[in-house]
Design a protein around this ligand. Structure first.
Ligand code: ACO
Length: 299
């Protein structure tokens, strides 16, 4: 994505990490013009992401960033656009207090790092930029992708997670967030604790504020999930998670019916599969091989 100003003046690093202060390195400190341009970059990327996901409104903007404790990873290509640089895309993450169901359907309160928004410019998709950004964030946060939650991932993102991180088997939830087998294995890391049956903490919402509410308007009303505790743990309204169990079939319509993964069998296989399992290593090896191949062809 091109801008009428020099991207390299705003962002010195290939990947910049921004928080609510919206400052990318020392360059922008005390430079209101830089701050305004950074805000423009975020707003435009947020709009493009919303459009790509058919969201009714942006879920990422400079003003939202300033009011929420999220982190934004911005990837630039400083060489393009005659050396003025382009913005390739962004990844937004943040901690959310969530109520989740483990494989036995027990309500668990957790505060995992969540992927909230993710976008690579259309013309640059499928060139490995998304992976570069995501891997950078994982290293920066020192996290395995299985320890994260995903806010209503799009079919493209589902395919991305399946391909690069072997994240295919989700644990059905009644909210918009998707977690995978292995998430509940490391309770300390994911900050998990069982929730008493009677909800006592008025401050905690059943799930995070639904920024994405309204997404996929084609989803029929009766398919929408009722918030816990009104929906039973195994209600049939598990659209997103259900789709997620079959990533190959999700590239089509988001409202396409899919079969839920069986929680019992999910538990069985997750026991055999730690975040550092051979399966994930194989997935990574496959990824490295294919990346090397694509890089050879790309340059
Ligand atoms: N159709 C299907 N799968 C795709 C597509 C596509 N058009 N684009 C990327 N992918 C997936 C595939 O698994 C692909 O592997 P393949 O080419 O072998 O099929 C893999 O991603 C490619 O990996 P990267 O090149 O590293 O990914 P990319 O740079 O394209 O970034 C991203 C992935 C961010 C999902 C990008 O496709 C995008 O911006 N999509 C539009 C916006 C979007 O859907 N964002 C996710 C929102 S959900 C959320 O943020 C919680």
């Amino acid at each position: 994505m091109e801008f009428p100003f020099n991207i390299n003046h705003l962002f010195s690093e290939r990947i910049s990490v921004l928080d609510e202060v919206l400052v990318a390195g020392r360059k922008s400190v005390g430079r209101p013009d830089h701050q305004a341009n950074i805000a423009t970059v975020i707003d435009e990327l947020g709009k493009a992401s919303a459009k790509a996901q058919q969201l009714p409104a942006s879920i990422t903007s400079a003003s939202k960033m300033q009011s929420q404790k999220h982190q934004l990873y911005l990837l630039k290509d400083g060489e393009r656009n005659g050396g003025r640089g382009v913005l390739v895309g962004f990844l937004k993450v943040g901690y959310k207090k969530l109520f989740l169901l483990d494989q036995q359907g027990v309500h668990i309160e957790a505060e995992p790092l969540c992927v909230l928004d993710f976008y690579i410019a259309e013309s640059l998709q499928r060139h490995g930029y998304g992976l570069e950004l995501f891997d950078f964030m994982l290293q920066h946060k020192n996290l395995e992708p299985v320890m994260m939650a995903y806010d209503r991932p799009s079919p493209k993102f589902q395919s991305f997670l399946s391909k690069h991180y072997c994240l295919t088997q989700s644990v059905p939830q009644v909210n918009n967030f998707v977690v995978f087998e292995g998430f509940f294995l490391n309770r300390a890391a994911a900050q998990l604790r069982k929730v008493p049956l009677k909800k006592t903490d008025g401050e905690i919402k059943p799930y995070s504020l639904l920024e994405r509410e309204g997404k996929h308007l084609s989803v029929r009303q009766e398919q929408r999930a009722l918030p816990w505790p009104f929906a039973p743990p195994h209600s049939p309204q598990l659209l997103v998670s259900s789709q997620f169990s079959h990533p190959q079939s999700t590239a089509s319509s988001p409202s396409k019916a899919a079969t839920r993964s069986d929680p019992a069998s999910a538990l069985g296989s997750s026991r055999e599969q730690s975040p550092q399992s051979p399966l994930i290593e194989r997935c990574r090896a496959r990824r490295t091989n294919s990346l090397n191949g694509s890089q050879l062809g790309f340059h």
